[in-house]
Design a protein around this ligand. Structure first.
Ligand code: SD4
Length: 322
């Protein structure tokens, strides 16, 4: 046998072996994936949003549709200053929204910097399902929304306008770490068929520069799902989450054997090691294929909701920095 033939046969052998390995991995995961009770988990204190997602799962809705039902609750809540209607504007006084969705098949959609459309997570799903693209931004995303039956609404409330005018007096950009100005909703659902879907929806950081986009609508940063392994969502200082492609990292760490909590901790540590005394908040939340959830955050103040078996519980997360 000549050298070239020998190497070609060797390569075919290696390729076949890795296909067999991949199939064995998928079968093993399939056998583990029977879910008796669906689960929904979501960032921060969004009791009602997580409950609505849980209820949708109980009626047999798929994971992504259920996650969107949950996200819509916060998008429509004027009191939430980091999502949808009532979200804080940029420094010019314009509210722009970002959202991403991902399903169990690995399909995804996202919208960036959208003005005057409230339910941007639903819009991201429409981008995923009705266009040949993954991401639409700005005016194009808004036009797509109008062509698909969405209505224009002012997203600035009297309260968010008042706060912005107050902020303008000094115009100091200093995103704080506390619960008051971090309210992005990241929500992951595991449905009755054992499939995972998720959403991340936000108005971004208050008084951001015009045109600024954070991690939330960036697939792999604010949200990532691999239905063989699990899913992850992020909240907090988007610039830092993007730098480590945070949610993708969490899912890959779970693929390599870490529990959801360990994977989130490792991702937080990567951010911590690069920022010696960080003044900002970052949190990751993850769900694996077996329904285990876990989370980690940099600073005090983060908690998440977990729905299972009609119980919707708030779980406090211990920060890396004490
Ligand atoms: C962003 N990660 O735009 C978002 C902000 C956030 O709770 O999570 N706020 O950077």
């Amino acid at each position: 046998m000549n050298r070239r033939l020998f190497f070609n046969r060797l390569l075919i052998g290696v390729g076949a072996a890795s296909i067999v390995k991949e199939k064995a991995y998928a079968n093993k995961k399939k056998n583990n994936s029977v879910v008796k009770n669906p689960i929904s988990i979501c960032t921060w204190d969004f009791k009602e949003a997580n409950f609505q997602a849980g209820m949708a799962l109980e009626t047999g809705k798929d994971a992504l549709s259920s996650a969107i039902i949950g996200a819509n609750v916060e998008e429509e809540n004027p009191k939430n200053s980091t999502v949808g209607y009532g979200g804080a504007p940029d420094r010019e006084g314009t509210v722009t929204l970002d959202a991403a969705v991902m399903d169990y098949k690995g399909n995804c959609g996202s919208v960036l910097g959208v003005e005057k459309i409230i339910n941007v997570s639903s819009l991201a799903k429409d981008v995923m399902e009705k266009t040949p693209h993954v991401i639409l931004s700005g005016k194009g995303a808004q036009n797509f929304a109008l062509n698909n039956g969405y209505k224009l609404n002012s997203l600035l409330t009297d309260d968010s306008k008042k706060k912005w005018m107050e902020w303008k007096k000094k115009s100091v950009y200093n995103p704080k770490t506390n619960v008051d100005n971090h309210d992005t909703i990241g929500i992951l659902c595991l449905d009755k068929k054992g499939n995972i879907g998720g959403v991340c929806s936000t108005s971004g950081l208050a008084y951001k520069m015009e045109g600024r986009i954070g991690d939330s609508p960036i697939i792999g940063s604010g949200l990532y799902i691999d239905n063989n392994v699990g899913g992850a969502v992020a909240t907090g200082m988007g610039e830092e989450i993007i730098k480590i492609v945070g949610s993708f990292l969490v899912v890959e760490l779970m693929r390599n054997g870490k529990t959801p909590k360990q994977a989130c901790e490792e991702a937080i540590l990567r951010i911590y090691r690069k920022n010696k005394s960080p003044k900002f908040q970052v949190a990751f939340l993850a769900l694996d294929k077996q329904g285990n959830s876990g989370s980690s955050c940099l600073q005090e103040g983060f908690s998440y909701y977990r729905y299972k078996n009609n119980i919707n519980k708030n779980l406090k997360v211990k920060p890396i920095i004490n």
